[in-house]
Design a protein around this ligand. Structure first.
Ligand code: ATP
Ligand code: MG
Length: 420
């Protein structure tokens, strides 16, 4: 679990703000659910024989003896909330954001507390909404300036089709059982579709000859998938059909998709999702089709950090004040500036110090401007303004550089023009 330090937080906020704006542009509304749910909820939704439920959950007994878990993902809580609060009598387009917890082996792109931004849409069953959700993600990458992501899609069919496929896959895999990696061998009995997702090279080599899910699809599943592909073609979203793409959670059916990059090593999936038409009913709600995705913010941050260092200064101006009277007047001035210029990011010198040491701090803060209030300025009823970049003023130089003396209103006008 990691601390996110101030130098890095700018990138996080940029991703979060951009996502919020994109969601708003598609009419999606935010939902916030608790970090803790009853363990049973995750067992029933994610599936008993998934990695997450078998070995990754932070579960504990509360004082009453009930088993609770830190949420390992966001969908289960969203579905529970939607059922509990009667949101499902009309279509819902929702998004969420926040920390998730999985007891995984920590490595690059894989942490025990990580953060997701996700979307869940309830009550719409057609390929049009699948397309919308994918378009929305594509817009998000575009707004973030990310080009290195590629889209892979697949269809898992419906429960019956998956059952048939399960049999065909088992027939194919059983003769190779002793060469499969241990996890995959175990999954032969429990969750054979997940073997398709194995990262083990030998298992992957065996799978090269495996039957494809796509061959056994019924007409309806086929039509749904074809319509999605046609929509992606029509809207110019490049994609690759990957017949071995499955998801690590049990509740998916039909459309699944991932956005993948080659720039993050082994943990290349930045965003993953799909349709889960039976989950709402499975959790006690009325039958409601659904589709959603989640993206990993840490992986996006790393990707964006490669594009841009994110080293934006966090303040616009630094207010230097010398003398007891000036210090109080500086606070008065600062409050006035903040009243009048809501966008201004103003740092006020604290802890006194000579002009020289205060200018040193101003320089270090990254601020564009130093505002100066000393006895001389107070006498004249003005504030000194120095452009720290224009004058090339550096820490050691102290007072050199041009100072313009402005009355407060003129100062406000200059700063306002600068901020707009
Ligand atoms: P993976 O195959 O990488 O384990 P998953 O199938 O477990 O992924 P999901 O549960 O679908 O992943 O989560 C969606 C996204 O959340 C992932 O694509 C990834 O970007 C991010 N994510 C998942 N687990 C972690 C983690 N432990 N640390 C950081 N990000 C994660
Ligand atoms: Mg995982």
């Amino acid at each position: 679990m990691h601390d996110i330090l101030p130098d890095r937080v700018g990138l996080w906020q940029h991703i979060e703000d951009t996502a919020r704006a994109v969601f708003a542009a598609y009419g999606y509304r935010e939902i916030r659910t608790p970090l803790v749910e009853v363990t049973e909820l995750f067992k029933r939704s994610i599936g008993e024989v998934t990695d997450i439920v078998e070995k990754e959950m932070y579960s504990f007994l509360d004082r009453h003896g009930d088993s609770l878990s830190l949420r390992p993902e966001g969908t289960a809580g969203c579905v529970r909330a939607a059922i509990e609060h009667g949101l499902l009598n009309q279509p819902q387009r929702l998004w969420y954001r926040g920390p998730m917890f999985r007891y995984e082996r920590p490595q690059r792109g894989r942490y025990r507390q990580f953060h997701q931004i996700g979307v869940e849409v309830f009550g719409l069953s057609g390929p049009d909404i699948d397309l919308e959700v994918i378009l929305l993600t594509a817009r998000l990458w575009h707004r973030l300036g990310l080009q290195a992501l590629r889209l892979e899609i697949n269809t898992l069919g419906d429960a019956g089709e998956r059952q048939c496929y399960r049999e065909r896959l088992l027939d194919f895999l059983r003769p190779h059982a002793d060469r499969l990696d241990p996890d995959s061998r175990r999954r032969l009995e429990t969750n054979p579709l997940r073997i398709l997702d194995s990262k083990d090279p030998t298992t992957q080599a065996i799978l090269a000859e495996a039957p494809s899910l796509l061959d056994g699809l019924g007409a309806q599943t086929r039509a749904h998938f074809d319509a999605l592909c046609a929509g992606l073609d029509a809207l110019g979203i490049p994609y690759r059909i990957n017949p071995r793409l499955v998801r690590g959670l049990d509740y998916y059916n039909r459309t699944v998709f991932e956005w993948i990059t080659d720039r993050l090593g082994a943990q290349g999936t930045v965003c993953a999702g799909g349709r889960y038409d039976s989950l709402v009913e499975q959790l006690g709600g009325r039958p409601t089709p659904a589709i959603g995705f989640a993206l990993g913010i840490e992986r996006l941050v790393e990707l964006l950090g490669q594009v841009d260092s994110g080293a934006n200064p966090s303040v616009d101006a630094y207010l230097v004040a010398l003398g007891d009277r000036a210090e109080i007047e500086a606070l008065r001035l600062a409050e006035r500036l903040r009243d009048r210029l809501p966008g201004l990011r103003l740092l006020v010198n604290c802890g006194g110090g000579s002009f020289k040491s205060q200018f040193k701090r101003a320089d270090k803060s990254g601020a564009r401007y130093a505002l100066v209030l000393g006895e001389a300025e107070l006498e004249l009823g003005v504030v000194g303004l120095k452009d720290l970049r224009l004058t090339g003023l550096s820490a050691g130089q102290g007072m050199v550089g041009e100072q313009r003396n402005l009355d407060p209103e003129a100062l406000i006008a200059v700063l306002a023009a600068e901020l707009s």
